[in-house]
Unconditional design. Structure first.
Length: 212
C-alpha cells in the first residue's frame, strides 16, 4: 500500500511540474510565492555534462549529471555526480588477467547564477560529497571468480569540487554551456597509486533543459 501511495504521489508531482513548465515556456520561473518584501521565484533544471580531466598523465573523461532548484534566478541547490570514463587495461597488480580503474562520486551542490539578460548566464558552484574508486577485473577474466574476487582493490573518498560555467540559450528552454573546475579529494589508499591521483582540473561542455 505504501509503495502505491509513493508511486502515485511521485506521478502527481511530475505531472504538476510538467504542467507548470508548459505554462512557463516564456518565463524564467515555474512557481512564485509572496515574501514579506517581494515576490520570490522558483525554477529548475536538469543537466548532463562531459569533461576532460587528465589522470596519471593520460587522457580521461568524466560523465556528469545535475538536477537543481533555482531560487530567484540567482541561487541553485541540488544534487549532482560524476562517473569516470578511463578506457585503459591495467595489469601491474595481478598475474591472472587485466583490470580497469573505475570511480564515481555524488553529493549536494550550491550554485550562484549571474544572468546575462535572457540569452546567457555565468555561474560559480561548489559540490561536496563522497565517492568510491576501485580496480575491477575485465569481464574476460571474471567467469571463474566469485563476485567478491572481481575487485582488485577499493577505497572511498570525500570530494569537493569548485566550478565555473558560461551557458547560452540555444533553443527555448535548452542551454549549452562551457565549464571548468577543480576536483579536490581526501587521500585515497589504492595499491600502486598516489593518494591524491584523483585530484585535478576538468574542462568540458554541458547541456541543460530548464526554466530558471
Amino acid at each position: 500500500m505504501k509503495t502505491r501511495v509513493i508511486i502515485l504521489s511521485t506521478i502527481l508531482f511530475l505531472l504538476s511540474v510538467y504542467s507548470k513548465a508548459q505554462e512557463a515556456q516564456n518565463r524564467n520561473y515555474i512557481w512564485t510565492y509572496e515574501g514579506k518584501k517581494r515576490t520570490h521565484t522558483i525554477g529548475t533544471y536538469v543537466g548532463l555534462s562531459g569533461t576532460y580531466s587528465p589522470l596519471k598523465g593520460e587522457d580521461a573523461y568524466w560523465l556528469g549529471a545535475r538536477i537543481g532548484v533555482v531560487f530567484n534566478q540567482k541561487w541553485t541547490i541540488g544534487v549532482g555526480g560524476n562517473a569516470l570514463d578511463y578506457d585503459k587495461e591495467l595489469s601491474e597488480l595481478v598475474d591472472d588477467g587485466t583490470y580497469r580503474l573505475q570511480a564515481g562520486y555524488a553529493g549536494l551542490f550550491v550554485e550562484r547564477l549571474f544572468p546575462l539578460n535572457d540569452w546567457g548566464k555565468l555561474s560559480i558552484s561548489w559540490l561536496g560529497g563522497s565517492g568510491i574508486t576501485f580496480f575491477e577485473y575485465d569481464k574476460d577474466y571474471t567467469e571463474s571468480k566469485e563476485w567478491y574476487e572481481e575487485i582488485v582493490d577499493m577505497d572511498d573518498f570525500a570530494v569537493n569540487e569548485l566550478g565555473v560555467e558560461f551557458q547560452v540559450r540555444v533553443y527555448k528552454n535548452w542551454w549549452l554551456g562551457a565549464q571548468a573546475g577543480y576536483r579536490l579529494t581526501s587521500p585515497v589508499e589504492m595499491k600502486g597509486e598516489d593518494e591524491y591521483f584523483l585530484r585535478d582540473y576538468s574542462a568540458g561542455i554541458s547541456i541543460k533543459w530548464g526554466i530558471f
